[in-house]
Structures are given as structure tokens and as C-alpha cells.
Design a protein around this ligand. Sequence first.
Ligand code: SF4
Ligand code: SF4
Length: 355
Amino acid sequence: MQTNKLGNTGLEVSRLGLGGIPFQYISQKETGEIIGAARERGVNLFYTSRMYRDSENKIGLALRGQRDQVVLGTSTHKRKKTEALKEVRDSLGNFGVDAIDIYSLHNVLTLSALKEIMSPGGAYHALDEMRNAGYVKQVGISAHQPETILTALELAAFDVVEFPLNYVDREAAEGTEQLLEELQKRGIGFVSIKPMVFGYAGNANVAMRYVFNCRPDSTIVGTYNLDELNQNLAAEADPGPVSRDEIMDTIAESEKKCFKVFCRRCETCVECPRGIDIRTVLRWYEYFDRYHSGDWARDHYRSLRPSLEACDNCGVCERDCPYHIPIKREFARAKVDLLPRRSPRRLVKKKLFGD
Ligand code: SF4
Ligand code: SF4
């Protein structure tokens, strides 16, 4: 496994790292097996987020006894200082460590979000304070637009940047070259994220080789099982150049398979005022639409809380979605296709007595 310096942080990281999204969906045993196998092959960077539910606990347990051999990273999507301070304390407890190597501000997608974070009561100051106190060693920021990162670097002392690098995410790709040059010039560590774009990048070997050839200090990838881990390790061991034809073929293949509206699961729409888990709704509807697994999707919709019916069409999610997904239109389609029809009797009852 090749290792690289993470900018000027003094950390040495494996160029393949593991991201935390999958660990919230699989068991502790499965997480332990993946992390154990990754450690045997030299992976030392493990990076997650407060948003990925119990992933910090699972990573912490799987790495018990190896603290001095690994680099631990996590992130918060909180924007206020008081909230972010609590997040750091929670993360320390979840991982079971005295200090966290990299703590990032998660998914800062707009300049107004950046402004809030940098304001006197903003979350940046919590991480800075924790860095000064030694509980956090490096402060990072993740975003999807180079402009947001470049502006952030002018405003504050970030040590590490996380940014999407793949051949699918066109919006992120614009300006990436300039961003990478700037990071190198300033000695800021660069961890690339979303190499597989939740599977949309198609062939894992092509997708991972593409990223390694862009030379980030490390790239983190979500890994649900040992087969996926082995595929990624194979690409890391032999990251030969990727031809344009290979990329075009794998994108064409993926586009054929994928539903036209493709939610990149970027997490931006988590702030739905009604608390609806928009990514999950879109994912399940994608299964219905793409794989025709109607019964499976309907069963899952029944258990969804808050239900899809709680959506009041406010449009906040569409305003914030960096990929311009027509969420309201998709929800309207999903309601027709997946929600149980109301019986005429129930509708009459509702009309007469309310729900
Ligand atoms: S339109 Fe619906 S799903 Fe979107 S933010 Fe508003 S309530 Fe939530
Ligand atoms: S709907 Fe848009 S904002 Fe929400 S997760 Fe998908 S791509 Fe991101």
C-alpha cells in the first residue's frame, strides 16, 4: 500500500482509506471483518461523520488497541459553535480516544453556510478551540464546489480538505485543477471523497484507478463487503493509466443501468423541515423504478417515519440540492406508485371527522 504525506499535517496516510457510510448499515462483526482485512493490507485512514449514525462507535471498536497505528477522522454538519463542541465531545466518546486526528466541517455547500460557520458563534471556532486544547489535531472542511473551499482557505486555518474526485460529478470537476494546485501550494492535505459516486461511476477498477491517477493524498471509499474491499485494493496495487475510452464505456454502461434521476446521496437535503429522509425515499424509489422491485419498495415505504405524506411541498430540499434533483416531482410519483391507496371508507371518515 502506497502511503502519502497528508499536506503539512505530519500525518502519513494510506492512499486508499475507508469511509464510514456503510458501517451504519452493516453489523459490528461485518465492520470488524472489513476493517481487519483493510488493516492487514496497510489501510490506515478511517474517516466518517457524525451523520452516519453508529459508525464512529463501530470504527472505534474495530480498531481497539491500534490507536497509534491509524489516522481517525470524522466530521460534523452542525453550524453553530455550541453544537459543534458537543459533537466533538460525543465523537471522542464514540471512538473511545483522547484525541481525533482530523475533525471536519461536513458538506459546506454554499457561501452562506460558510459565512455562518465562520461567524463568531460558528462551528469553525469550536473545532479551532478543540484543536488548541489538543482534542482535535487537524481541522478539515468538506465541500462540493471548489469556490467554497477556496473562499474558506482565505478565511481560516484549515489543515485538510475533503472534496469529490471522480469522472461523474461534473459540478465538482469544474475548477478542481485550480483547487488542487492551491492545496499543494499551501501544504493543505487533500482527501478525495466519493470515488464511486454511490455506484454510479460503474466499474470499480476504472473508477478507483482514475482517482489514484489524480494523486490525492488519500481517497476514502465506502465498502460494504470484502469483495468490494478486494476490488479497491487491486486497483490501488496496480493503478495503471485510465483511457478516455474506458471512462466513456463505463459511464455509458452505468447510464444504461441507472435511472435518469440519480440522487448522489450527497446529504445536503438532510435539513428537511418535516424530517423526511429524502435520500432514502429517492433510493427506494430508484429500486422500484430501476429494478421493478415494487413489493420490496412498498414494504419499506410503510415503515418510513415520517411518512412521505408529511411532505408539504415547501421546496427547501430542491433549493439546496446541488444536483438539481426534481425532488417534489419524484415524491409525487412515489406517492402514486408506492403509498397504499386510501380506502373510500377512510376518505369519507376523514372528510367527516378529520384524521
Ligand atoms: S419539499 Fe417536502 S421533502 Fe422537500 S424539504 Fe419540503 S417537506 Fe421536506
Ligand atoms: S436529493 Fe439532492 S441534496 Fe438530497 S441527497 Fe440527493 S443529490 Fe443530495
